[in-house]
Design a protein around this ligand. Structure first.
Ligand code: PGA
Length: 251
């Protein structure tokens, strides 16, 4: 695992954008796995800036998002479809046909999940998967206790996730209780993984996930078993890591 500790959120966003930009430049037809949440907003803004400066071309890129709430229309302002259009897809020259987000508007979980997993496989798998990390250690919506081999499935959200995400809805009652998410098995099939975390609120989970025991109770800890993970964290999120890790390190 490569750990890159940078000063703050802005530097984390730029550093992570560099990793994604390098992937697109190396293979203009690459398949990116994308994430939503507050943490990646800045890196998407950096990628949009790179595109507008003529440095990045998304015309051949294919994307697969990690997850989507079940039961929200694709144009709902809190849907991840909407988030991705606003933060990236509508601002760059990506072909909408090549962008994929699980269809939260379709209640037929078996169909949605099987189609999504098949679409990833048919595209040739994911070259680089971007991940945020929840305070409870979730990746995608794989909450603590999820079995590691799982593929794309319909899951119940943890109470702590409903609470964390309620800041974006008018009340916690409005947060959907279920989501479609790539499973940990899906995520682990990606060739490379890029994890971003920022702020003191993530310090405990960053330490537990990357330097604690590998356990389904901290889903992100499974990433210790992946052969190509880059973790980009700011100083606050890295504040509980051992002194030897501060700075940049290959572990
Ligand atoms: P955040 O969410 O970036 O909004 O903190 C991360 C996550 O829950 O995966």
């Amino acid at each position: 695992m490569k750990v890159i500790v940078v000063k703050d959120y802005a530097a984390m966003s730029r550093e992570a954008a560099n990793v994604i930009a390098a992937c697109v430049k190396e293979n203009p037809a690459c398949r990116l796995g994308l994430a939503t949440g507050s943490t990646p907003e800045g890196l998407y803004a950096e990628l949009v800036g790179d595109y507008k400066a003529g440095q990045l071309d998304f015309s051949q890129v294919t994307t697969f998002n990690l997850d989507e709430y079940r039961g929200l229309d694709n144009d709902h302002e809190q849907s991840y479809h909407y988030f991705m259009k606003k933060n990236l897809f509508d601002a760059v020259n990506i072909d909408p046909v090549r962008t994929h987000v699980p269809d939260g508007a379709n209640p037929n979980a078996a169909v949605v999940c099987a189609r999504y997993e098949a679409a990833i496989d048919a595209a040739g798998g994911i070259d680089l998967q971007l991940l945020g990390i929840g305070h409870n250690g979730h990746i995608g919506f794989n909450e603590p206790g999820t079995e590691f081999p799982k593929l794309t499935s319909c899951v119940d959200l943890a109470e702590s996730t409903i609470f964390a995400n309620s800041r974006l809805f008018s009340s916690a009652d409005e947060v959907p209780r279920q989501a479609y998410t790539m499973g940990i098995g899906t995520i682990m099939k990606a060739k490379k993984i890029l994890v971003v975390a920022s702020g003191a609120g993530k310090a405990t989970v960053v330490r537990n996930a990357f330097f604690g025991p590998v356990t389904p109770f901290v889903p992100a800890s499974v990433l210790q078993l992946h052969h190509d993970v880059t973790l980009v964290v700011d100083e606050e999120a890295a504040s509980l890591l051992e002194g030897s890790v501060a700075g940049s390190a290959d572990l």
